[in-house]
Design a protein around this ligand. Sequence first.
Ligand code: SIN
Length: 335
Amino acid sequence: MAQLARRSGVLITLVALALGSTASLAGGAEPIPRPTPKVAVIGTGGTIAGVSRTKVSFDDYQAGKLPVSRLVNDLRPEVNRIAGVTTQQFGNKDSNNYTIPEYRRLTAAVDHALKFNDGVVVTTGTDTMEEFAYWLDLTVRSDKPVVLTGAMRPWTVVGSDAPANLYNAIHLAASGRTTCFGTVVMLNDQIHAAREVRKSDTLRLNAFSSGSSGELGVIDQNHIRVNRAPARVEQCGKPGWKTPFDLDRIARRPLPKVDIAYSYQGAGPQAIKAFADAGAAGIVTAGSGAGGLSPAMTEARDDAVKNGVVMVSASRAAPAPSTTPMCAASSAPRA
Ligand code: SIN
């Protein structure tokens, strides 16, 4: 009986709230029309811009063929209802083919577009999308939404994830829901933080995972659900929100060379030695477990340190995917 009374209480409150909101609308206050948000889509290539040999050749296609304007035009007129979309062709090639000087230009293109738009979507290949995302997260100075997307199937096959991913990415950028999040990745209806996301499957449509941190949120048609935010959101509006990596202040000469050496059972000293001899300023080791290296690699590392190479220890252990997204802000380090 008490339970029934409690339930009716909840119902009465809900009905009262609903009636209250109708009454205030009916009371003459017209909702103020929100101007359509402006979103720039910057295309760099990848499978999302891919052309397949036939409608069913899911793996037999050429990436980076269609111009980004064509991709966006295929989404019209529907996309016009969520944003005023303009496009910019930055490049049209595989993600692996981009260089650090091109990354610098991409950051400038994103920051420039954000001066005139409410959000930016960058389309890229998925192979190194996590590098694109983390680079932009560290270097873009604007706190407006930056959303990266791509696809696991080319634009032209049946059941391609490409059009839905692009539409959802534009929707997310236009919504403003990731303001101050830095760069996020949107694929397969899931929103990931740049710092945590990695490509964890070579073929499946759910190819991206944020490991034990879990995704930031999801998009289900009109509903964008954000369950948690990257830790930097706490600095929103403060000078500390921006990272120290202001490219206008970092000299245009080539950045110091940093390589990655992977450890495994019986790994020799060759990789570290070769990187150091080729002039690496720093080497990151992907070690086993908490960062362990084989004895020969450990010796090579100690020699490299003596010769002035900065060594950073990381783990090759990939964090397990989470099934339940956490609800608190996270500052989990990227492995
Ligand atoms: C690429 O990374 O450019 C090709 C593969 C992909 O987009 O999925």
